[in-house]
Write a protein that binds this ligand. Structure first.
Ligand code: ADP
Ligand code: SF4
Length: 692
């Protein structure tokens, strides 16, 4: 084992949290995961991997304390009654196996829950429409409701103790919690002792905190999660005023302060908009007001930043959700002096999308995330090779890099051939777009890890044809008998996508470009129209780039708003705001009907009303076509295979089906795991079934 640099020793100093001791400074803060009460086995296995990876504290996601706080279709934790204890105990057992502490984030969502499942009218400090577009209003709580809520919280604390949690949260963050709603001047219009002055608005928070402390005694630690700034200016809580005063008022009551900013889209900002450590300027003051340990987040992935934050007195423990998802073994890698092996989070929020879509969490960087139980994948372990067969991987994008790396780790002799002079595929291009520089970590990590493997040979500048592949397979120098085709995809130039299932008429009348042309520096002239019928980031980010380059840019999309799918990555509002601020003209709810000389014809998606718009260059962000020519050729020459060495070939990543980068990485990983190891089950992974 390589010895770590003593500069990182501070990260491995134990720290007292109330009656308990955390073994080091790595704290996996609560994070949602699309598993929750619906998928307890999946959840326990995922949390166990974090504990195994060295996190001293591993927390749940938010755990609802009562049917009065029902998150509906979102799969969060539940502790409504004793029947929910065993599912959560599964997680604490798993975490304790690795000498880590288990924390539980108890929540009542107040007006953030429409209670669509329980159908109980939601509650809030004052009557108010719920924090979603559900046609539901929360009712104002009376004194009995306040007493009931305290009792539900107390019961949940007792149940959390029965499930053997070590740290119990009182949660007032993210504008998602009843306690924060009471604190808020915007939401609390009460005239009794729970409304008005800050002291009154904080009363319930203090009471619940004291209730919790009293109940847990010396058995558990009590953590507070509190958003010190809502990024709303004077309308909200700010770190200069009420956020600061609240910390002063309650400074020594909890055993630990886990502080952040609100709402969730600010707390979990993507790398396109915020860089590592972006919360420091808000939370930096907290440690000066309390002697209790302080945890803070901000997509902190660099061990040097971690050391600096502790040494400068910003935090005592490094809070992490996304960095622990991208690399559950981050602490172990630092501990063992393997810093170059850290798989750094790229800040894309595909993990967050899992929660919004209510499917198990997935991660662009870590293909095993969410697959720990159902496929039995471990982020650091993979089954050894089953034969001495050689393998060719064609294409060094995310799919090819991941596939070659995993096959290499299994011990196979691998050749990775890339047609350009650079590994990375689409990453090498996209990372140059405004705000996306951190995405290069997808290739950088894999290139670093491949460099360590003597059994993987990389050939750059090697544009292979089908004939080359058939020929080289026979040469003893190469000698491979299996081929993985990771040759990617290209953007369509005919406009076909969701709204137009036939080519858009008249495309020959104008300069028509795609993202591939922009990456290849094909000159863009004059007034630009971008037509986005893909709806993820590409349309919006190209508009930003071309506007920065000095073009007049209009963005047309049939969707209700710009880069619509980025609602799932919590970026949509920031993207639309940015484009408006830099002067991109936006035309949502419009289709591109036809193209004329010097103009485009748009139509309203509802009325079909047509408008014409001047245009010199049209950029199409529509579907992509797989680069599967070699795959098709190999299919057609299968009859000759008996004479050749090739035993199998398979497309992966975008060559199989164009999609997001996370899918390409997963596809490469899956192919490598399943190679000579095929799972013959009809459903190739375990499912959590409802017991009948
Ligand atoms: P994915 O997302 O599936 O990994 P990418 O488009 O990012 O796909 O990467 C595909 C990679 O394959 C690119 O780097 C491209 O240069 C390379 N490539 C495509 N065709 C060939 C080929 N015939 N021979 C070698 N490399 C190829
Ligand atoms: Fe980071 Fe993206 Fe993975 Fe989330 S999905 S942990 S943001 S790399």
């Amino acid at each position: 084992m390589v010895q770590r640099d003593p500069i990182y020793d501070i990260l491995f100093e134990p720290i007292k949290i109330g009656p308990l001791t955390a073994k080091n400074r790595f704290y996996q803060v609560p994070h949602c995961n699309g598993m929750g009460y619906l998928r307890p086995n999946t959840l326990a296995a995922m949390r166990e991997i974090k504990a195994e990876g060295g996190w001293a504290v591993v927390c749940t996601e938010e755990v609802e304390i009562h049917p009065n706080s029902d998150n509906g279709s979102a799969a969060e934790g539940r502790l409504w009654d004793d029947g929910d204890i065993p599912a959560l105990a599964k997680m604490t057992d798993a975490v304790h196996k690795h000498n880590a502490l288990a924390g539980i984030e108890l929540v009542h969502g107040g007006y953030s829950n429409a209670n669509n499942y329980s159908r109980i009218p939601p509650i809030a400090p004052s009557t108010i429409s719920v924090n979603s577009y559900d046609p539901v209003q929360a009712r104002a709580m009376n004194k009995k409701d306040i007493r009931d809520f305290r009792e539900w919280h107390r019961k949940a604390v007792s149940r959390a103790m029965q499930a053997e949690f070590d740290i119990v949260y009182v949660y007032a963050g993210h504008n998602l919690t009843l306690l924060m709603h009471f604190i808020s001047r915007r939401l609390n219009h009460r005239t009794d002792e729970y409304g008005g002055s800050l002291e009154n608005r904080v009363r319930l928070f203090r009471e619940v905190l004291e209730d919790t402390k009293e109940l847990v005694g010396n058995k558990c630690a009590v953590a507070v999660r509190f958003a010190v700034d809502e990024i709303l200016g004077p309308k909200g809580i700010t770190c200069e005023h009420e956020g600061r005063e609240i910390i002063e008022m309650l400074a020594e009551i909890p055993d630990l302060w886990d502080v952040n900013i609100s709402e969730w889209e600010n707390d979990s900002a993507t790398s396109r908009f915020e860089k590592e450590g972006y919360q420091e300027k808000y939370i930096g003051f907290v440690k000066s007001l309390t002697t209790k340990p302080v945890v803070g987040v901000g997509r902190i992935t660099s061990p040097d930043t971690m050391v600096s934050m502790i040494k400068r007195g910003i935090v005592d423990m490094i809070g992490s959700a996304r960095p622990s998802i991208a690399d559950p073994f981050l602490p172990k890698k630092i501990e063992e002096g393997r810093i170059d092996e850290i798989r750094e989070c790229i800040g894309c929020n595909i993990c967050v999308a899992g929660d919004w879509l209510s499917v198990p969490i997935r991660c662009t960087q870590n293909a095993t995330m969410g697959e720990e139980w159902r496929r039995g994948w471990h982020p650091e372990k993979i089954e050894s090779k089953k034969s001495n067969d050689g393998i060719l991987v064609v294409g060094g994008g995310p799919a090819g890099l991941e596939c070659a790396l995993m096959l290499g780790k299994r011990g196979y002799k691998v050749i990775l051939a890339e047609k350009t002079e650079e590994l990375g595929g689409r990453i090498s291009n996209e990372t140059k777009l405004p705000g996306l520089s951190e995405w290069s970590r997808v290739k950088d990590y894999r290139i670093r890890m491949l460099d360590k493997l003597d059994n993987v040979k990389i050939y750059l500048g090697s544009h292979l044809s089908t004939e080359d592949i058939l020929e080289f397979s026979e040469e003893s120098k190469f000698g491979f008998s299996h081929v993985f085709l990771a040759t990617g995809s290209k953007w369509r130039k005919d406009g076909i996508a969701r709204e137009n299932r036939e080519p858009i008429p008249g495309l020959g009348n104008l300069l028509v470009l795609t993202a591939d042309d922009i990456f290849a520096d094909v000159p863009v002239k004059g007034q630009v129209v971008i037509f986005d019928d893909e709806h993820y980031y590409m349309g919006g980010v190209l508009a930003e780039k071309l506007r920065i380059d000095g073009h007049e840019v209009s963005l047309v999309t049939p969707a209700p708003d710009i880069s619509n799918w980025t609602h799932n990555t919590m970026e949509q509002r920031r993207i639309q705001k940015k484009l408006l601020q830099i002067g991109v003209k936006l035309y949502p709810q419009h289709n591109l009907n036809a193209v004329h000389n010097g103009s485009v014809e748009l139509s309203c998606v509802f009325t079909n009303h047509k408008t014409h718009y001047d245009c010199d260059s049209l950029v199409l962000v529509t579907e992509r076509v797989p680069n599967d020519e070699i795959y098709q050729n190999l299919q057609n020459s299968k009859s000759e295979f008996s004479k050749l060495k090739i035993k199998s070939f398979q497309p992966i990543g975008d060559c199989l089906a164009p999609g997001i980068i996370a899918n390409a990485v997963h596809s490469g990983h899956l192919a490598a795991r399943e190679f000579e190891n095929v799972n013959a089950e009809e459903v190739p992974f375990l499912r959590e079934r409802v017991k009948i």
